[in-house]
Design a protein around this ligand. Structure first.
Ligand SMILES: Cc1ncc(COP(=O)(O)O)c(C=O)c1O
Length: 390
């Protein structure tokens, strides 16, 4: 029997490796040296962690008993509310749900908002995982463009044109991956008026909120009251601990809507009860770790960006896009071939790995994305080899 008839259509993904991933696998198998400018796993970037504090936090004797709570342990939610209180945002612990990842939080939200075939608007360019998250939940993604004119901004005309009777919400990544721009106050106000007028929700992904390049502190959506709002974040970026699988979602917005949303989410969360107790107990300590971690990351991101600017100033072929926050930067390169071919050539002739723009759904060729959290030495050497190809 053909596999096509055995499985759900939503799993009919094209799982064949693309040329770039094949080239990368061949490069690695041959044992050739690689300057990997795509690494975004903080545990692989040489940051210093307080190892004993992290490991001790996981051996709390309270982990020997189990009192299931669909929202998660109160002590952990208090710590999350404390994180927002430090930003001067008041969040009730009753509006917080712990999840194992932001991805899981997305799935809870999609399940709460959308019937099969309902639509969500997502920014373009953006983070590639959305396509799979949406497929798995039978949600249709519709892209709204981000425009670049010295900085990135939402194309509100296109966003409003993309709304149909089936649109349930707008995803905002704040700051966006890979463009690194924050939603501005005027944009938030406009999103609030669009969403509240059409019974749509804002789904705000703030995993990189704490990593602005400048000294400013962009506001969180967690205290947004102007429209139904789900705010998602977690420790994989905030504290650089993706392996701990600890994240959350916060429900905010008009009081009556919020009560309904929370009651429905409670059923979903109660069905899975997915976050394990040792990690929940450790969340307050893991959150404390963020201060040291974030200092290291922000300092590295700034230095790598300064090095990039120094190298870009010495040539004319390439430029970079303005970046306000997050862990990567977008390079504008001559579009003399496809970004994928360029990435393969960089790999095979320079031993450098980069993400081609299409990985993030850039609307045209001529974009590469590189990580800013890798070691300064790898970054400097990798970008120098990258620029040498033009
Ligand atoms: C914008 C964005 N949201 C969410 C995630 C995933 O976070 P988590 O590890 O909590 O699922 C990532 C990971 O790179 C991301 O870039």
């Amino acid at each position: 029997m053909s596999a096509q008839f055995m499985f759900a259509k939503r799993t009919n993904w094209n799982l064949a490796p693309n040329q770039l991933s094949e080239a990368l696998a061949a490069h690695r198998t041959a044992g050739k040296p690689l300057l990997d400018l795509t690494v975004s796993n903080p545990t692989e970037c040489g940051f210093e962690y307080d190892r004993s504090a992290i490991l001790n936090a996981l051996s709390n004797p309270a982990a020997l008993s189990y009192e299931p709570n669909p929202r998660g342990l109160e002590s952990a939610r208090r710590a999350v509310a404390g994180y927002y209180a430090e930003r001067k945002n008041e969040v009730s612990i009753e509006d917080i749900f712990l999840t194992t990842s932001t991805s899981e939080a997305y799935s809870y939200v999609f399940r709460t908002l959308c019937d099969p075939g309902d639509e969500l608007l997502i920014p373009s360019p953006s983070y590639p995982l959305f396509d799979f998250l949406a497929d798995i939940q039978d949600v249709k993604l519709v892209r709204y463009p981000l425009l670049y004119d010295r900085g990135w901004q939402i194309d509100f005309h296109a966003l409003e044109q993309a709304i149909t009777p089936r649109t349930r919400g707008v995803i905002v990544v704040h700051p966006n991956n890979p463009t690194g721009h924050f939603a501005k106050q005027a944009e938030i106000a406009r999103l609030n008026s669009i969403c509240s007028a059409r019974e749509m929700a804002i789904i705000a992904d703030e995993v990189f909120l704490d990593f602005p390049i400048e000294e400013n502190r962009p506001a969180s959506f967690a205290a947004n009251r102007g429209a139904p709002t789900f705010t998602l974040s977690g420790l994989s970026k905030i504290s650089g601990l993706p392996q701990m699988k600890a994240a959350w979602l916060i429900v905010g917005g008009p009081q009556q809507w919020k009560g309904e949303a929370v009651a429905r989410l409670e059923v979903i969360a109660d069905t899975y009860l997915s976050v394990n107790v040792p990690v929940q107990l450790a969340i307050p300590r893991f959150l404390e770790q963020r201060h040291d971690f974030q200092k290291q990351v922000i300092s590295r991101v700034r230095r790598n960006l300064a090095e990039l600017d120094r190298q870009l100033a010495e040539q004319k072929a390439c430029a970079r896009r303005a970046v306000e926050g997050g862990w990567c930067v977008v390079l504008r390169v001559p579009a003399t071939r496809s970004d994928e071919d360029l990435a393969i050539e960089l790999l095979t002739t320079r031993g450098v790995s980069v993400h081609p723009g299409h990985f993030y759904q850039f609307p045209a060729e001529g974009y590469l994305v590189v990580s800013l959290i890798i070691s300064q030495q790898t970054f400097a050497e990798g970008t120098s080899r990258l620029l040498s190809i033009f």
